[in-house]
Design a protein. Structure first.
Length: 348
């Protein structure tokens, strides 16, 4: 059930559209910093994560004590569940499967809020607010959503947060893909004055194309909760390589801006190609596109040199749904060509 994108090891000749890492690759300064971490790895870490937290705090414009670093966003979710020990959590579906895994490990009941295909899998605000009841200890929300690529504005999120505050539930807001969105600063809920009922998940692995260097962080103004979180993780959970790479990431604002611009340009181009090809149910807001086609496209793609993310294992989805990362123009042209071939088969 818990498969992810990026599994190209059995078919290394494929262009990998299944994982949503930045197609521009790791910036040279970040790569150099990671290499320096390898040199430093000969010595035991000396609690360097505080330094990393400080750089992230400056990067986000928040207080250092409101930052918690971990070995990837998924690990942070698991640690958070160990601290909260929730009995019931609300999750929109489809959504990122690792939330469910963390809840299962914490023996917490996952209550799904199913979105509908006819609405583009968009969450209707009033219905969602009604689903956030006194029984919910935690509410998960991914913006933009993975995999449906739906983006929600700050007004929508503020309404959800207000309801969570009302019922004393923690809103766990995943913004891991928001950095790829134009005007992300107008959407993010991250601020020094954020509610204690809000916990934001972020990472560097997507934007800086380093999923193999596990590094995520959580942001919350609840001092007690953050202290409890720090008490749950093992010492030195963030490696020397990840720490140095992460610090280097916080100095790469120009790279982020270039990524946003290039991704937007290629996403628009790809969506235009999808429409021309005849795949009309396609949505993209970040660095990936969610779309519907016929079953078995995943296998067809592999045979023709591209790997898509088959989304049939997401809760609330059936066969025929796929996700494709936005990549370089040359690679995107290859994807468009494969999709044309696939569509032509339906007409034969």
């Amino acid at each position: 059930m818990f498969q992810h994108g990026g599994n190209v090891f059995f078919q290394s000749t494929c262009i990998d559209f299944s994982a949503n890492a930045n197609f521009l690759g790791i910036p040279d300064p970040v790569m150099q910093a990671a290499r320096s971490g390898l040199v430093a790895a000969v010595q035991s870490q000396q609690e360097q994560s505080g330094t990393l937290s400080g750089h992230i705090a400056q990067w986000e414009g928040i207080k250092e004590e409101d930052v918690f670093c971990g070995n990837g966003a998924s690990e942070i979710v698991r640690s958070l569940m160990q601290v909260l020990k929730p009995k019931k959590a609300l999750l929109p579906a489809p959504g990122f499967e690792e939330y469910t895994r963390a809840l299962s490990m914490a023996q917490c009941e996952a209550v799904y809020f199913y979105t509908k295909e006819e609405n583009g899998f968009r969450i209707p605000l009033e219905e969602f607010l009604s689903a956030i009841t006194q029984e919910a200890d935690a509410v998960f929300f991914c913006n933009p959503n993975n995999p449906s690529a739906q983006l929600y504005d700050r007004e929508f999120l503020n309404a959800v947060l207000k309801q969570c505050e009302k019922v004393h539930a923690l809103l766990i807001l995943d913004e891991c893909y928001l950095d790829f969105v134009e005007q992300a600063q107008d959407i993010t809920m991250c601020s020094k004055e954020a509610s204690k009922s809000l916990f934001i998940l972020k990472d560097f692995t997507k934007m800086f194309a380093m999923p193999g260097i596990r590094l995520g962080y959580g942001i919350c103004t609840d001092t007690k909760l953050m202290e409890q979180l720090r008490g749950t993780v093992q010492p030195w959970s963030v490696s020397a390589v990840a720490q140095r790479a992460g610090i280097a990431c916080t100095k790469e604002r120009d790279f982020v801006q270039k990524t946003v611009e290039e991704t937007a340009k290629e996403r628009v181009w790809l969506l235009e190609q999808f429409e021309k090809i005849g795949i009309t149910q396609a949505k993209g807001e970040a660095n990936y596109i969610f779309f519907k086609s016929r079953p078995r496209l995943h296998g067809f793609g592999i045979m023709h040199g591209v790997m898509l993310r088959d989304c049939s294992n997401f809760e609330g989805l059936s066969e025929g749904y796929y996700r494709a990362a936005v990549r370089s123009r040359e690679e995107n042209e290859k994807l468009a060509d494969v999709l044309r071939q696939w569509q032509s088969l339906a007409k034969q």
